[in-house]
Design a protein around this ligand. Structure first.
Ligand code: MG
Length: 240
């Protein structure tokens, strides 16, 4: 019995000696992360591209046919029936921060109430809607990937309150022949709550029919004019 115990003990000590590894072996010193100063309250992080900030400045935006003509006011811009607006710069993988406000005066219902949209890469809509006690199809309510994925929860604030989307988007990747090698993915936080968890998009947003990818590179961010006076502020993006 003593011999057996000694044998086991010796074996354990030997194993511990042979298997012991230097903790430094698993330290990664190969790539130093860049230093980014985080935002504070309503300010963006230091490496963000500010698409719409404090000024009444639409110079980063265009309409489909020329100049962007949304109404600008103190720290905000508002849909006014002049059509969608698009960023002049094109983007790929990104982190996007958008604050929006649906009208305090409730008018219409369903899809007709506070409707706008954030079309990432011009093609992929994160729905903006007044979804505070407002029934519509679930994959068309606020925070839905329109007609594809309902939000995990409805965390909409009352009409007239400023709300926030924080979005992480990875653009689709295509082979030379145009076939999809990696579909687009999107993660969305609505007012700090996770509502889309790395959703894999079926293709571009379509109002009717089945989404189908077509090859594209970096594309502008588009904000939708759906005829309702939705306001936006503090729109910034980080390239990933
Ligand atoms: Mg919309």
């Amino acid at each position: 019995m003593k011999k057996l115990l000694l044998f086991v003990l010796t074996g354990c000590l030997f194993s511990a000696f042979v298997c012991a590894q230097d903790p430094k072996d698993t330290e990664d010193w190969s790539k130093k992360p860049a230093i980014v100063t985080p935002g504070c309250k309503h300010t963006p992080p230091s490496d963000a591209i500010i698409l719409f900030g404090k000024a009444k400045d639409l110079s980063n935006w265009a309409s489909r046919s020329g100049e962007a003509k949304w109404k600008t006011g103190y720290k905000k811009m508002t849909v006014n029936g002049t059509g969608d607006i698009l960023t002049k710069e094109k983007f790929g993988d990104c982190q996007l921060h958008v604050e929006f406000r649906t009208p305090s005066k409730v008018a219409g219902d369903g899809q007709g109430r506070g409707n706008s949209g954030i079309y990432i890469q011009t093609h992929y809509e994160v729905q903006v809607l007044d979804s505070y006690i407002n029934e519509t199809y679930y994959n068309g309510q606020a925070g839905a990937i329109y007609k594809q994925s309902p939000p995990l929860v409805n965390t909409s604030l009352k009409p007239g309150k400023w709300q926030v989307y924080d979005i992480v988007f990875h653009s689709p990747k295509f082979a030379a022949d145009g076939s999809v090698t990696h579909p687009a993915t999107v993660t969305v936080f609505h007012n700090g709550v996770l509502i889309q968890d790395h959703y894999v998009l079926k293709g571009p947003t379509t109002y009717a029919g089945v989404p189908k990818y077509s090859q594209h590179g970096d594309m502008p961010l588009l904000l939708q004019d759906h005829g309702n006076p939705v306001s936006y502020r503090n729109v910034w993006i980080r390239k990933l």
